[in-house]
Design a protein around this ligand. Structure first.
Ligand SMILES: *Cc1c(COP(=O)(O)O)cnc(C)c1O
Length: 261
């Protein structure tokens, strides 16, 4: 396990210099990958089982192009309209993929259906229905993760853990949605034990669900961990870590802009 004192100090000093050059991006990417590697080694995991999803919300298309040149192909975005306009502007980049990681309102589903290859914050059947309707019309499909509120905080989106089973059973009717796994945001706390317990809860829930859901429902993926806590998440079984600031630099918007207070 990571030294808990060191982790606390990392959580307390979340300031990341802004990456603006190709070298900045290469440096940040390689240091994040190194940290992923070390976290894997601590718990004897194969690093190829952890996917890094770089989160580019608030980052301008100009800087996204530089990140692309540094090798990033997948871009995580929190807000549908921001992502949609970046997708349009950057459509000439080969092999670029967009992942939506933020809460989606029903009336924005049509945007996401157009461009996203993955949606990690599904927490309502109404949204699932709307996405499916638009995707079917467009002849597209979408990988989805069900967002679970593992912290019990009212400020977090996501289903309560006890509601996930019923939700999963309703999913097969949405032919264009492929369930891949679960996603969570840990509590924002300097208390590493509390942060870790959110990740443990998500993995436990997934393991329990696997015992009871039909075999055609896939739940291999656990998307958990961000810049401040991805190493803890890896230690607890994350298969996707969503890392923004440690690659792109600190954002000026507070987190409350993305999550209700
Ligand atoms: C912004 C965001 C992240 C990444 O957070 P960083 O602190 O930039 O690493 C992860 N998950 C979600 C849902 C986000 O909105």
């Amino acid at each position: 396990m990571i030294n808990e004192k060191k982790m606390v100090s990392m959580l307390e000093h979340l300031h990341y210099p802004s990456a603006t050059t190709l070298d900045d991006f290469k440096f940040n990417l390689s240091s994040v990958k190194q940290r992923i590697l070390e976290a894997c080694q601590r718990v004897d995991r194969n690093p190829s089982t952890v996917r890094l999803l770089p989160v580019s919300k608030t980052v301008s298309p100009e800087r996204i192009r530089i990140a692309y040149d540094a090798g990033i192909r997948q871009f995580g975005e929190n807000k549908a309209q921001e992502a949609y306009s970046k997708w349009k502007e950057l459509a000439n980049l080969d092999d670029i993929r967009w992942t939506m990681i933020g809460h989606l309102q029903t009336n924005k589903a049509k945007f996401v259906a157009h461009f996203a290859s993955e949606f990690q914050a599904l927490d309502s059947l109404k949204v699932a229905e709307e996405l499916d309707r638009h995707l079917q019309r467009l002849g597209r499909s979408l990988d989805v993760f069900i967002q679970v509120n593992t912290s019990g905080e009212a400020s977090k989106y996501g289903l309560p853990p006890e509601a996930v089973m019923q939700f999963l059973h309703a999913m097969p009717v949405f032919n264009s949605l492929q369930v891949k796994g679960l996603m969570t945001l840990a509590t924002f706390s300097n208390d590493v034990t509390q942060v870790r317990s959110c990740f443990i809860r998500l993995k436990k829930l997934r393991d329990q669900l696997l015992q009871v859901v039909t075999p055609n429902i896939k739940l291999e993926e656990l998307s958990m961990g961000m810049s401040g806590d991805f190493e803890i998440a890896i230690e607890e079984g994350a298969t996707v870590v969503r890392v923004g600031q440690a690659i792109y630099g600190s954002r000026t918007q507070p987190n409350a802009y993305y999550w209700p207070k």
